[in-house]
Ligand binder design. Structure first.
Ligand code: HSE
Length: 411
């Protein structure tokens, strides 16, 4: 008999418990051995749950029970999740998690610990919810060199941007709708400021390029400054605005990692990923371009990923060696000022001379136009240049009294 435990009984935790409660027989048949959910660690009562007898408030019940082989950590946050996961791995139990903060900040260390104890630390549910991307990357693509990873990794912001694009809502109006529908948290800052997407691209970059990329080393910009006017100019350009995470290895050995709103051209599949859906594009030397698409959040979709990891851990013979990356003592992230891209800008000016200067400083540009565009507003897309060059050009404009109203990178 194989026994498992779940730490946490929130949205994802209850989904995992229900999944194993409902499908116990099916899973046992698949494994060729009976499987049983033995404990659920909770911090409060859940009087309506069908499996009251499994609840415990004492983590040591799980840690010290030698029958428990695999534990799902679905509490979220760093503590106490980190301490729990460490002690479980040290006890020789495999751990699976959907906790992106834990994986993004402690992944290298926990993978190493799992290897030292010949068990597994798996986290398919930490990126893009139910969409399988971690396992395909380290297993199915192992014959490839990954050249780029990029994706829409946050469902809440994608919902907000979709509403701004299709229904003409402002950021605030769309956020309120996302909160009413239960997508956005009451404190939506980790989503709208890009931190959630940042943690996810860090996990993907670490896995793809073999070195731990820490979120605090990555430039991360959210969507709070995006306006309806920017949306209209993106449309005039032939695209939409999406919050995109990108990771590209550079010739100097560093990884160019960024989370930011981007103008995405309509011929890019990412432009058509709407509402709360997520998509991850992986470009490789042999298989070329792939895209993984589906629901990135929710009780059942995340339980699907966590459940798959539990079954994988139960049938694994020792550590799965392909799921790993090294720690990095110094930053492996490429200097963001050296990053090269094209930009969209929107400026407000007072004098004709200022308009001439904008056109000259940013030349060559392609000007964009929208309905109800004020006379003293100019919007355009630039040619390729480095972030530091763009920063000094904006500085020049500032000193000449020209007001920057918006700036978004092109993907
Ligand atoms: N807040 C996240 C999102 C949940 O909106 O995508 C899944 O990580």
């Amino acid at each position: 008999m194989k026994k498992i435990a779940v730490l946490g009984h929130g949205v994802v935790g209850s989904g995992v418990c229900e999944l194993f409660y409902e499908k116990r027989e099916e899973f046992s048949k698949k494994l060729g051995e009976e499987i049983c959910l033995k404990y659920i660690l909770v911090r409060r009562d859940y009087p309506n749950a069908a499996y009251q007898e499994l609840f415990t408030r004492n983590f040591d019940d799980i840690l010290n029970d030698d029958e428990v082989a695999v534990v799902a950590e679905v509490m979220g946050g760093i503590e106490p999740a980190y301490s729990y996961v460490k002690s479980l791995l040290e006890k020789g139990k495999s751990v699976v998690t959907s906790n992106k903060q834990l994986v993004a900040e402690k992944g290298a260390e926990l993978l190493k610990l799992a290897k030292e104890h010949n068990v597994n630390f798996m986290f398919e549910g930490s990126v893009a919810g139910g969409v399988p991307v971690i396992r395909p990357m380290h297993r199915c693509l192992s014959a490839n060199k990954i050249e780029k990873v990029c994706g829409i990794l946050n469902g809440t912001t994608n919902f907000i941007l979709t509403k701004m694009i299709t229904d003409g809502l402002s950021f605030k109006e769309a956020l309120t709708q996302a909160q009413e529908l239960g997508y956005a948290e009451r404190d939506p800052s980790a989503d709208v400021e890009g931190l959630d997407a940042c943690r996810k691209i860090c996990i993907l970059a670490s896995l793809a390029f073999g070195k731990h990329v820490y979120p605090d080393q990555v430039e991360c910009e959210g969507i709070t400054a995006i306006t309806k006017e920017d949306v209209a100019y993106a449309e005039a350009w032939g695209g939409v605005i999406k919050l995109v995470g990108t990771a590209v290895p550079m010739p100097n050995g560093k990884i160019d990692v960024l989370v930011a709103p981007r103008f995405v051209a309509k011929d890019n599949l990412l432009a058509h990923v709407n509402d709360v859906f997520n998509a991850v594009q992986v470009s490789c030397d042999y298989v070329e371009d792939l895209m993984f698409y589906g629901k990135g959040a929710g009780k059942q979709v995340t339980a699907s990923a966590v459940g798959g990891d539990i079954l994988d851990c139960l049938s694994a013979k020792g550590t799965v060696d392909s799921l790993t990356w090294e720690d990095s003592s110094e930053s492996v992230v490429y200097d963001p000022f050296k990053s090269v891209f094209r930009m969209y800008f929107r400026f407000k000016y007072d004098e004709k001379e200022q308009l001439d200067e904008i056109r000259e400083v940013f030349s060559p540009i392609t000007e964009l136009h929208r309905k109800d565009q004020p006379e003293n507003e100019i919007a355009f897309v630039t040619a390729f240049d480095s972030a530091s060059e763009f920063a000094s050009k904006i500085n020049v404009m500032n000193t000449h009294g020209v007001k920057l109203l918006g700036g978004i990178r092109l993907l």
